[in-house]
Design a protein around this ligand. Structure first.
Ligand SMILES: Nc1ncnc2c1ncn2[C@@H]1O[C@H](COP(=O)(O)OP(=O)(O)O)[C@@H](O)[C@H]1O
Ligand SMILES: [Mg+2]
Length: 342
């Protein structure tokens, strides 16, 4: 799909760009998330039969699980052109109206980080999503005049790492809502094998499984670790990445047996060592770690929670007994007892 225009500079960030060749282009090549794929196949087929564009789709889930990839696949399968943009790229409603009113037939508009659209801008999306119409207001106060502008039908695909930050008004206008979850290791192994084949990297089953197990349930991490492990293998003079080669490379990268990277471990260390295991508020943690709280909530916490290392309680974040043990520490007695019950 070379007709894509990238309006979000972050889409071209070095971390993301090398993945473009690895992005599956068809639903059949998109590994895992079977329940979502099965439903999407039905919605795509039905919309095609009716000769309509697909209903608006909201994709949510942690970073790196395939939201951007899936949006491109959806457009491709529907035969729609896709326009890629993101919430923070819009500084005012006029920019959104300009984009929506482009006279392009059969189009998907992808808005990444849609929870970061400003409120006023977001309100212009409502009539656009419901009736293919935007309202222009010219002049202010008593002279204000309203015009309705008819749009070409389009499919809005929104993606967000924070479903909780989407307003109910926006959320309710999406006909299709999909939550992407972390991938089991067996599926990540399939993904890295596919990537290795595309990139011409020798990778056997044990190597694939080792990388898969230590990729935090995340395809983007798996692909990144594959590339870095390849560097170690190459310097060692290995042509095939097997289990031991992968293990050595990952260990040197600071990726531990559970797949935690240095920031993940520092996070747990701070909760345990500075705050006695919690509960501790996110802002306190952000200050102690010198990171943005958004980064922690988006990139670090979802996997720690999924791995049973962290709990979010109304009073703040708490390290579980498993987290203490993972860092080689003795959990406090009460925690230990709790852990035993779990
Ligand atoms: N289900 C999947 N099957 C194969 N590769 C995937 C899958 N999901 C993600 N990927 C790979 O991981 C990378 C990150 O996915 P992306 O769609 O950018 O995630 P997100 O938009 O959710 O942050 C993609 O470039 C793609 O290569
Ligand atoms: Mg994305």
């Amino acid at each position: 799909m070379d007709d894509q225009r990238l309006t979000d500079p972050r889409e071209q960030a070095p971390d993301v760009e090398p993945d473009r060749s690895l992005r599956p282009r068809r639903l059949d090549d998109f590994v895992g998330q079977d329940a979502i794929k099965d439903n999407l196949r039905v919605f795509i087929a039905a919309a095609r039969q009716r000769g309509e564009v697909l209903d608006h789709v909201l994709l949510h889930g942690p970073p790196g699980l395939g939201k951007t990839t899936l949006s491109q696949i959806l457009a491709h399968e529907m035969g729609l052109e896709i326009r890629l943009t993101s919430g923070p790229a819009f500084s005012n409603a006029a920019e959104l109206i300009a984009l929506l009113s482009e006279q392009v037939e059969r189009r998907a508009v992808f808005i990444d980080e849609i929870h970061r659209l400003g409120k006023v801008i977001e309100e212009h999306l409502y009539p656009a999503m419901e009736d293919w119409r935007v309202e222009l207001i010219i002049d202010k106060g008593p002279n204000a005049r309203h015009f309705n502008l008819q749009l070409e039908p389009f499919t809005l695909i929104g993606a967000t790492t924070r479903a909780g930050l989407i307003t109910p008004a926006l959320r309710s206008r999406f006909g299709i809502v999909c939550h992407l979850d972390f991938y089991p290791a067996a599926q990540l192994a399939v993904i890295v094998k596919r990537s290795a084949a595309i990139l011409g990297i020798g990778l056997d089953d044990t190597g694939a499984m080792e990388i898969a197990r230590r990729s935090r349930g995340t395809p983007r991490a798996a692909n990144r670790l594959l590339r870095r492990v390849r560097d170690f293998a190459q310097v060692e003079g290995r042509t095939v990445i097997d289990g031991p080669v992968a293990d050595r490379g990952l260990t040197r990268l600071g990726v531990d047996a559970l797949g935690l990277e240095p920031l993940d471990r520092r996070y747990l260390q701070v909760v345990i060592e500075h705050f006695a295991g919690g509960p501790v508020g996110i802002q306190n943690l952000a200050v102690s770690l010198g990171e943005e709280s958004d980064t922690l909530e988006d990139m670090v916490e979802p996997f720690l929670i999924q791995a049973g290392l962290l709990k979010r309680t109304p009073r703040g974040r708490e390290a579980t007994a498993r987290a203490w043990t993972h860092l080689g520490l003795e959990p406090p007695a009460a925690q230990g007892a709790q852990g035993a019950l779990l």
